[in-house]
Design a protein around this ligand. Structure first.
Ligand code: PHB
Length: 368
């Protein structure tokens, strides 16, 4: 029998140790507007996030745990004192406006370019498997920023794996210093942790690959490191089961892989699924979200092109507890109040998603 919930999007929900006043999450969104050099958050970023403080939970844009973890120009980091100080502006502004924000901890793995790597080196990945179609945004051959082919990666040594796990510990400590009350581990969308989960990009035969459990080990260990700092009930995890984004190869046993992850992550603050299923792309589908929610036994956030009406239907069907909105949260800073008032949603301008300043960032008006 399908489990049925009677919660409205406007009802509060407990995500681990954090109580959220409604079930609208702001999805993590890359906006490439940090101070240069140094990839440092600023007052402008603080204004943007604080404008959206009515969202039940804000998940920050993906934030690299180390320089090696960076894959795109101008994304923020959480590994220098200046970045910690910049993020303090954000957490203070959001909390002063009554909001809750999780920092999303990110390592891109193979989705990078040597111009972004320490010493101009090759990006890291579990098995050195690249993909000729994989692109990122970096300084190209002409010296100008633009889309570039990713640099073929190298296979991580055991020392690389240990160092990278240490980077998660340090990043979590820094997030705490910066005032975040919770964090989200980015294990989705073809970045490092998903490269460990998927056999096409993890061909290892040591303790870190070769079976469902071994491919899942990097995620489980990264979670343990971060939970050591925050407590399990303040660490969420984002997954994109059966996703194709960033040229991820398909594999038959994806359900077993993600069932294992959900079970191993029991006690986490939440699971956050980006369901990439659409007429153009593979994804896990809404029914699988409901199955994973049961297996995990805790709150599940679902993301993937939702309207508020569809979001309510998924909550009603027991497929999720909360829904994350991306583009709608960019163009509607008062999204929750607008939906509650039955007002139409403002359209977004794709041209101002990435890079630039206040235009298309902090200048979308409220309607309530
Ligand atoms: C991006 O910067 O394009 C990006 C970042 C993180 C994601 C997906 C896309 O999870």
């Amino acid at each position: 029998m399908q489990s049925v919930s009677h919660h409205s999007l406007f009802d509060s929900v407990a995500l681990g140790a954090v109580r959220c006043p409604n079930r609208f999450a702001m999805a993590p969104l890359t906006r490439n507007r940090t101070k240069q050099p140094g990839n440092i958050p600023t007052e402008l970023n603080a204004t943007y996030y604080a404008q959206r403080a009515q969202m039940g939970l804000i998940v920050s844009e993906a934030t690299q745990v180390s320089q090696e973890g960076q894959g795109y120009l101008w994304t923020p980091g959480i590994y220098t004192q200046a970045q910690i100080d910049g993020w303090k502006l954000v957490t203070h502004a959001v909390q002063a406006a009554g909001g809750r924000i999780a920092l999303q901890l990110w390592h891109v793995g193979r989705v990078s370019h040597s111009s972004l790597q320490p010493g101009g080196g090759k990006p890291l990945s579990p098995s050195g498997v690249g993909d000729p179609t994989l692109k990122t945004f970096a300084i190209g051959p002409s010296g100008a920023p633009g889309p570039v082919d990713c640099t073929p990666p190298r296979e991580m040594s055991h020392a690389d794996i240990e160092r990278t796990l240490d980077d998660y510990t340090i990043a979590a400590r820094n997030a705490k210093l910066a005032g975040f009350q919770c964090v989200e581990i980015h294990a989705a969308n073809g970045y490092l942790i998903e490269q460990f989960l998927v056999p096409g990009t993890n061909r290892r035969t040591d303790g870190w690959g070769g079976s469902v459990e071994k491919r899942g080990r990097f995620l489980v260990e990264a979670f343990a490191r971060v939970a050591q700092v925050f407590g399990k009930d303040r660490v969420g995890v984002r997954l994109s089961p059966n996703g194709a984004f960033n040229a991820m190869p398909e594999f038959a046993e994806w359900r077993e892989q993600f069932d294992h992850a959900a079970h191993a992550l029991r006690g986490a603050m939440y699971l956050h699924l980006y369901d990439q299923a659409s007429p153009e792309s593979r994804g896990c589908g809404r029914e699988y979200a409901g199955e994973l929610r049961k297996r995990f036994g805790g709150p599940l956030i679902l993301c993937g092109g939702f309207t508020p009406e569809e979001a309510q239907r998924c909550i009603d069907a027991g497929q999720c507890d909360m829904v994350a909105f991306g583009k709608a949260a960019i163009s509607n800073p008062d999204l929750v109040a607008r939906v509650r008032a039955g007002l139409p949603l403002a359209p977004w301008n794709q041209a101002t998603f990435y890079g630039g300043g206040a235009e298309g960032y902090t200048d979308y008006p409220t309607a309530t």
